[in-house]
Design a protein around this ligand. Structure first.
Ligand code: PEP
Length: 254
């Protein structure tokens, strides 16, 4: 059975105190209201990781994630954070290839190949983001475009390595815009991606990979979005900053 995952991407929000407060609220709500069927991930800013990690100690189904890591193992890369550093604060996941990083920090499929390799080599599970712009969707080339993102950044992996990856399909036109993909659009793309992965890694492996949807998901639409047979959860931006909304999204799986 595939893992059901809801991951919160805090982006560059919350100072440390606010982040710890948010974490405490989520830990309590998840403990009281959520069963162990769903894996919850908090992808915090780097500064928060170590403090949040301590608050997650003892929580059975909430895991720590980062939002990026450098492709190099270590060295003279001022301002950067390595995969080994993330591991040392008990991060288990790292978001790679978010569209904001692709757009504002020029992250290419080629660079992401290196980041994926470094993360996996250090025992981190990449949450690999992919997704098309509105222009690409309107040109009707979105399936090819998103498949290509997977091909160029993930298809060098072997069968064992690919099972360490979580995919997040995030149409750029739906991120932070309040404009959500319809449940049909999400399911349709997820199915295309799973078939694409099956073509490379085999049906059994592809059926075991979790593919999350991201883009203006909120408590009111999460249940419908997650109902798609190939939609295994969500990567949540804005709504992950409010404990009640985030946990309600998690609960839409129950
Ligand atoms: C995201 O940035 O990963 C995201 C899905 O953001 P939002 O939920 O705010 O659209």
């Amino acid at each position: 059975m595939r893992k059901k995952i809801v991951a919160g991407n805090w982006k560059m929000n919350n100072d440390l105190q606010e982040g710890l407060q948010l974490t405490s609220e989520i830990v309590h709500m998840v403990k009281d209201e959520v069963n162990d069927e769903v894996t919850v991930i908090l992808a915090t800013p780097f500064v928060h990781l170590s403090g949040v990690s301590r608050l997650l100690d003892g929580a059975t189904n909430i895991f720590l994630g980062a939002q990026n890591c450098n492709e190099h193992v270590s060295g003279a890369y001022t301002g950067e954070v390595s995969a080994a550093m993330l591991k040392s604060v008990q991060a288990e996941y790292v978001i790679l290839g978010h569209s904001e990083r692709r757009e504002y920090f020029n992250e290419t499929n080629e660079l992401l190949t290196k980041k994926v390799n470094t993360a996996l080599a250090h025992g981190l599970k990449p949450i690999f983001c992919c997704g098309e712009s509105l222009e690409i969707r309107e040109n009707d080339t979105h399936f090819d475009f998103v498949c290509q993102q997977l091909t160029e950044s993930l298809f060098h992996l072997n069968e064992e390595e690919i099972t360490g990856i979580v995919i997040a399909y995030e149409p750029i036109w739906a991120i932070g815009t309040g404009k959500t993909a319809t449940a049909g659009q999400a399911q349709e793309m997820h199915e295309v991606l799973r078939n694409h992965l099956a073509g490379k890694f085999g049906r059994e492996i592809a059926e075991g990979l979790s593919i999350l949807y991201g883009g203006s998901a909120k408590p009111a639409n999460a249940g419908e979005l997650f109902a798609g047979k190939d939609v295994d959860g969500g990567l949540i931006g804005g709504a992950s900053l409010k404990s009640r909304d985030f946990v309600d999204i998690v609960k839409s799986f129950q």
